[in-house]
Design a protein around this ligand. Structure first.
Ligand code: FEO
Ligand code: CA
Ligand code: CA
Ligand code: CA
Length: 671
């Protein structure tokens, strides 16, 4: 093996050029291996994926739209081994569908139904989470094991348990769970979290749109209506119109209209069963996932733990990804005990740290300080009259957790430019948060603030797009480096921009160049701190999900060596709006980027999003998720042929997939 000395670390690769090619492009000296793809069988006896729309049984295949991923090591005898870099379990979220490619000629009546039951079953089962065994068969020659003993699919139909304060409450009682302690499945799983006791936190993001829920206002209380509208449970069909597919509860549950005599006679409470952080033990396929209600109900993007220190509180950082939603943290009531890291009942450890604590929402002040506002019954004021919504009076802590967005409104948290992933720099304890973008309605010229400071005209959108189309990355440091602190310092680490077109005075504020310009950051992850190769300064990996920069390049991934909060300083931005109107906004920015500290590592294939990143513990294999290549094509004219195209075959339907990236000399990726 190559010896690596990395203090201070440097980015040791040559930047990949922006491009529109239909392959994964990596730096010279690196290789790409396509791993599990949409539809690949992960149980014995399941047929190879035909990829022509005829395949069935997605409950035993890799799902669609692979999103966040994480490696869970296995020893040679198949037990948990956090240090293994040659055998492990890949746990991957399956967020959504390229539905056009799942059926021979595309879906039938997908917008409003009636849906054929067989099509709906396939689409439901293609969501959720997969666990698949991966193996290095020698010198980073990677393969995956179809009949691995831990292989598992968790779908929207998989039984789960509710834990924490909301368990057993009236909010969760449905036809299928009359005591409100259990439910079925998880959906729209976006980003994730990894716990040091060896479990996975999968996060339910855009769940609201799957429900048909309109036309029943007369049967709902004003309180219910305010909550349903605040969370967007307002569709007249539901995504993919699954409720139209038949009388089986697997379909009927997606019709959340109040139609019966009581909440136990229909599925009106089914939307309350979603919007949670869900803990999975990948090492025990017999254990049902546990929904952790103490972490609140929202459009959970991710749930990344802060740095763990013995005797200090356990904290988890939570983004709620919609325009003008909030950034949250959960602080456990329990101090971290390192002895719990190797406990054998891992979900019981989850019960200890994740079922009892305090949820906070973030308020960012203009002077570079911030406050965590507790969402605690008794201290949260009523949510005042808001637009057409009446005052909302919280009834209990359970009500606050189920309706965390309403509580964050009430305490005056800062509405953000779409909070996506969080990441923890374990060298400093600092927390990073991607804010992917916002439009003029969400961030008008006179509606900027210090933490969301930009509004300008991006001339490259399909129509001119004002607002913050390129996004930014904010970071914070807890006061006293205490995860339980109620105050923090913050600055803006990076601003997205097109270096060729953007004015350095009001758009390209981080000094980006052709080697590192990007837009709409989303996935975000710091390299593993326990890297045995000696990586002492963590690498930050940044993934994009962009609509404003795709004239120039497919989505991309960058590597970075960030500094610390406060390494830049105060700055005043001159924003530009319609007709050349201007307004200034003071903010706090990090040091400008340089190609030595920020560099493009990878460009994905056509119409994909980069999402999902981890390495083996030795840092020598990087796993990356390629989500929805060819998302705008159709079955007769796919707009991407990836991953077939990675091997030179420009035909066939595109498939989301994981790639394993290695350095040809066997070194640590990125250095
Ligand atoms: Fe699923 Fe906010 O990305
Ligand atoms: Ca995302
Ligand atoms: Ca996104
Ligand atoms: Ca996506």
């Amino acid at each position: 093996e190559t010896t690596v000395t990395v203090s201070p670390a440097v980015l040791g690769f040559n930047a990949v050029a922006k491009n529109l090619d239909d392959i994964v492009t990596v730096p010279a000296g690196y290789s790409v291996t396509v791993m599990t793809r949409l539809g690949d069988p992960i149980a014995a006896g399941v047929a190879t994926y035909a990829n022509d729309g005829t395949d069935t049984n997605f409950a035993q295949r890799i799902g669609d739209h692979g999103d966040a991923l994480y490696w869970y090591g296995l020893s040679p005898t198949g037990t948990r081994d956090d240090n293994s870099s040659v055998r492990g379990l890949m746990v991957q979220n399956h967020e959504n569908l390229n539905v056009q490619y799942l059926h021979p000629n595309g879906p039938t009546n997908v917008s409003s139904g009636p849906r054929p039951a067989a099509e709906a079953i396939k689409e439901i089962e293609a969501h959720g989470v997969s666990v698949t065994e991966y193996r290095d068969t020698g010198n980073r020659t990677w393969t995956w094991v179809q009949d691995g003993a831990f292989n598992r699919r968790i779908t929207p139909n998989t039984p789960n348990e509710f834990h924490g304060p909301v368990r057993g409450s009236d909010f969760l009682k449905t036809v299928a769970s009359t005591d409100g302690t259990a439910g079925r499945g998880t959906i729209n799983n976006c980003s994730n979290g990894h716990t040091l006791w060896g479990t996975n936190l999968t996060c339910e993001e855009n769940w609201a749109g799957y429900f048909l829920r309109s036309g029943d206002d007369g049967a709902r209380t004003p309180r219910e209506l305010t909550a349903l509208r605040r969370y967007g449970v307002t569709s007249s069909t539901g995504n993919y119109a699954w409720a139209s597919a038949g009388s089986d509860p697997m379909f009927r549950r997606w019709d959340a209209r109040a139609s019966g005599a009581s909440a136990l006679a229909d599925y009106r409470n089914e939307p309350n069963q979603f919007g949670w952080v869900v803990e999975i033990d990948p090492y025990d396929p017999t254990k049902a996932p546990r929904k952790r209600t103490a972490l609140g109900r929202m459009g959970h993007e991710g749930a990344w733990p802060g740095k763990l220190t013995a005797g200090k509180k356990f904290a988890v950082y939570l983004g709620d990804d919609s325009r003008r939603e909030y950034f949250y943290k959960f602080v456990s009531a329990t101090d971290w005990d390192p002895n719990d890291a190797q406990a054998t009942d891992r979900l019981a450890v989850g019960d200890k740290y994740l079922d009892n604590g305090t949820l906070y929402a973030a308020k960012f002040n203009a002077d570079g300080t911030g406050a965590w506002l507790p969402l605690v019954f008794g201290s949260v004021p009523n949510r005042p009259v808001t637009g057409a919504e009446p005052e909302y009076v919280f009834a209990s802590q359970v009500d606050i957790l189920v309706n965390a967005r309403l509580a964050a409104d009430a305490v005056g948290a800062t509405p953000m430019d779409r909070p996506e992933w969080t990441a923890t720099n374990n060298a400093t304890g600092e927390i990073y948060l991607t804010l992917t973008n916002n439009n003029a309605a969400g961030r008008p010229l006179t509606g900027t603030d210090a933490a969301n400071p930009r509004h300008f005209n991006d001339p490259k959108g399909a129509s001119n797009q004002f607002g913050n189309p390129n996004g930014h990355i904010i970071r914070l440091r807890e006061n006293g480096d205490d995860p339980a602190a109620t105050g923090f310092a913050w600055d803006i680490y990076l601003f997205g921009a097109d270096s060729a077109e953007a004015d350095p005075n009001n758009v390209n504020l981080s000094g980006l160049t052709a080697d590192n310009d990007f837009s709409s950051p989303d996935g975000l992850w710091f390299s593993r701190p326990q890297n045995p190769a000696g990586l002492v300064k963590p690498l930050l990996w940044i993934q994009t999900d962009d609509g404003a920069f795709t004239d120039r390049t497919n989505n991309q991934m960058l590597a970075a060596l960030p500094g610390t909060v406060g390494d830049g300083g105060a700055k005043t931005i001159t924003n530009v709006g319609t007709g050349g109107a201007t307004a200034t906004q003071a903010t706090r920015v990090g040091a400008a980027a340089t190609p030595a500290t920020l560099k493009r590592f990878l460009v994905g294939p056509k119409e994909c999003e980069l999402t999902g990143v981890d390495t083996t513990p030795d840092g020598r294999t990087l796993f990356v998720g390629i989500q929805h290549p060819g998302e705008n094509g159709d079955p007769t004219a796919p707009s991407s042929h990836w991953p077939q195209s990675q091997g030179g075959t420009a035909s066939g339907r595109p498939r989301s997939a994981i790639v394993a990236i290695t350095r040809d000399d066997g070194g640590v990726v990125g250095l």
